[in-house]
Design a protein around this ligand. Structure first.
Ligand code: ZN
Length: 194
């Protein structure tokens, strides 16, 4: 465990936020201290916060950094002292810690790339369905409907559902949609060629 992990383990986000004067309501929503607002749009989880207004996002260390304009290690020292954690903040991390943290960072980065790509895939699909529905709509009752139009009528609702679902899902739920998203990606490619 590094000192950073110790701090995150010992002090949860809502506790720190309250301690530093952020007003947190019973559903763990807070007035965001990072942008000007009157109704709470910052959600506090145990380990993270996320503002739906300004997209501010981070863990307890990040929160304290941003509140006081500190470097990460300074934020750690601040929390250590304010919450009397008694951690040895001057002990250098060992090799195994550094390796593990590097690996975690790489995994996080890979996930972020995948997540952004998946957003794009689902949105492309949704827009393609909307486009098909409009562009290939039959002009009169007697027209035989274009198969792209028929396809869009069967899949537009599904495309909307997937895009919404992904937007609201947490990391684990998003990852559980991986196979489906890969399928959608191939399907979109196929349809664009049709
Ligand atoms: Zn905000």
């Amino acid at each position: 465990m590094t000192i950073f992990e110790d701090v995150k383990e010992l002090v949860d986000v809502p506790t720190a936020a309250r301690h530093y004067g952020v007003e947190v309501n019973r559903s763990n929503m807070a007035i965001c201290p990072f942008h000007n607002e009157h109704t709470p749009s910052m959600k506090l989880y145990k380990k993270n916060y996320h503002c739906f207004g300004c997209q501010a996002h981070g863990d307890v260390i990040r929160l304290v950094q941003e509140l006081f304009g500190l470097m990460p290690i300074e934020a750690v020292k601040q929390i250590n002292s304010d919450f009397s954690l008694g951690l040895d903040v001057d002990k250098p991390p060992d090799r195994a810690d550094i390796d593990r943290i590097t690996r975690q960072r790489q995994e996080r980065e890979a996930y972020t790339i995948w997540e952004n790509h998946s957003f794009k895939v689902l949105n492309d699909y949704l827009w393609l369905m909307r486009d098909f529905a409009e562009r290939y709509a039959p002009q009169s009752m007697d027209d035989t409907p274009d198969e792209r139009f028929v396809y869009s009528q069967h899949h537009l609702g599904y495309a909307e559902y997937l895009a919404d679902e992904f937007l609201l899902a947490d990391k684990e739920e998003k990852l559980s949609m991986k196979k489906e998203i890969e399928h959608i990606e191939r399907e979109t490619e196929r349809l664009k060629r049709s």
